[in-house]
Design a protein around this ligand. Structure first.
Ligand SMILES: [Zn+2]
Length: 463
């Protein structure tokens, strides 16, 4: 049996704001938390007496949190980082992201996912919901398997020939068959860490038939359904022009709603749509850095929370951010609402909760991760308040404000999934290792050479 004792940390369990154990301890057996506090130390002492090897971590001066959960990521886009900076959503998709995704082969997609997963692990993220791309999504799952992170993904469904470029398009039955194949191959793989989700890209890219099929298949298989919704006003107008309905109502008409549904962004919503989100238990993946960079708008997070809508956090894809960094997302989430809704509209505690426990609940992983509790997996994040420039912390009695406003990825000591180290600041190689720089640049150059379509200013024009 693989056993682990982490002791002497400030343990922030994230079940409630006062769920804090100074000098706390966590005991895990085969990646599952079995005891906390004095019982954890007693379990470790008993194992040592029996002569069993115990991995012991003295975390004096460190903080232990549940690993971050990011509910909206595009691993396929990590190699598209540092693309055009100054475009709104639809032109940005058409000129950079879609041509870039279409240029992927298995090898470049695997590399893109490995790079993204390494960055996520280094920032303390242990669990993500990812939207794959139209083809080769096996490569995303293969990278996730190697990295050790907890990953839910699926092929992006884009089946409307009138709305999608011909080079990033899959006909309805072909796309559904690909989804079924990925479900059979990967759902539950990696000791349960890998899961499949149905991922229609957004209503604009999809026929009503595939939206409805994805929803009914997700329900029958007990898997998540994940899509973008109401990120941008032009998108909302397009959906209304085609369906005659508000976007959230249109998706709901086709079955995309409820507790196993995660909608990314959800910025431009009316009163009726908000009531439906609350009534159905549909979760929102708030991506504040992406919303800022694409000038999409400000998600009304405090209003959603007041209505009981579950709000979670995600970095979205690398080219609209350009980081996959939960510290950036937490900081932006908090700061945006101070301007939009007042200085006390969204507290640091609420933001950290969105980045951990609420994310896990939205992904149907409430029994698995998101808090530090007996019976959950040991998905853990060890932070050093002395690293970087986060000191002093003596003005605060709680760790949440520093985590949101002064910490960054430089404060991460180690990240564990199922009790196993996926990133450590001092020890190499960790499991979620980034590819070498020359390998990354060579793959990005290959994508640029293959890219077709009109390119925006600042980017290479395809031959
Ligand atoms: Zn996205």
């Amino acid at each position: 049996m693989r056993t682990l004792l982490i002791e002497n940390a400030l343990v922030a369990g994230m079940r409630s704001a006062d769920d804090l154990q100074p000098g706390g301890a966590v005991w895990a057996e085969d990646g599952v938390i079995r005891a906390l506090g004095s019982q954890a130390r007693a379990a470790a002492a008993a194992a040592s007496l029996r002569g069993e090897p115990v991995e012991q971590v003295d975390a004096e001066g460190l903080w232990l949190f549940p690993g971050f959960v990011q509910t909206h990521i595009h691993l396929c886009q990590t190699l598209l980082r540092n693309g055009p900076d100054d475009l709104p959503l639809l032109p940005w998709l058409k000129t950079h992201v879609w041509p870039g995704e279409a240029a992927h082969d298995e090898e470049t997609l695997f590399l893109s996912a490995r790079l993204g997963l390494a960055e996520l692990a280094a920032g303390g993220t242990t669990t993500i919901l990812d939207m794959g791309t139209v083809r080769h999504t096996d490569a995303v799952f293969r990278a996730a398997e190697v990295s050790g992170l907890r990953v839910t993904s699926g092929n992006a469904l884009m089946d409307d020939p009138s709305m999608n470029p011909p080079w990033l398009y899959a006909e309805t039955d072909e796309a559904l068959e690909e989804g079924e194949r990925l479900f059979a191959r990967w759902h539950g793989a990696g000791n349960g860490r890998l899961r499949f989700a149905w991922c229609p890209r957004f209503a604009v890219s999809c026929t009503d038939r595939i939206l409805g099929e994805a929803a009914s298949r997700a329900r029958a298989q007990g898997v998540l359904i994940h899509t973008h919704a109401s990120e941008n006003r032009d998108e909302v107008d397009l959906v209304r022009a085609r369906s005659g309905r508000a976007n959230i109502e249109h998706l709901r008409d086709l079955g995309i709603a409820g507790r196993a549904t995660v909608l990314a962004h959800v910025i431009h919503t009316n009163e009726d749509e908000r009531r439906l989100l609350a009534d159905d238990g549909t979760a929102v993946a708030h991506c504040p850095s992406s919303n800022l960079k694409l000038a999409s708008g400000i998600c009304p997070v405090p209003d959603y929370l007041a209505r009981g809508i579950r709000v979670t956090l995600g970095a979205d894809g690398a080219p609209c951010n350009d980081r996959l960094d939960p510290f950036s997302e937490m900081r932006h989430a908090a700061l945006l609402q101070k301007i939009a809704a007042g200085p006390a509209a969204l507290t640091a505690w609420q933001v950290v909760r969105m980045a951990t426990a609420e994310g896990a609940l939205a992904l149907g992983l409430g029994d698995v991760c998101g808090t530090i509790e007996v019976g959950k997996r040991a998905d853990l994040l060890l932070l050093d308040p002395s690293a970087g420039f986060a000191r002093p912390i003596s003005w605060r009695d709680d760790p949440y404000g520093p985590l949101v406003f002064s910490f960054d990825r430089g404060n991460v000591v180690e990240t564990r999934v199922d009790g196993a180290v996926v990133f450590h600041r001092d020890r190499r190689p960790a499991r979620a290792l980034a590819p070498a720089s020359d390998e990354i640049e060579a793959a990005a150059r290959r994508l640029r050479e293959r890219t077709v379509g009109e390119r925006p200013p600042g980017c290479v024009t395809a031959p």
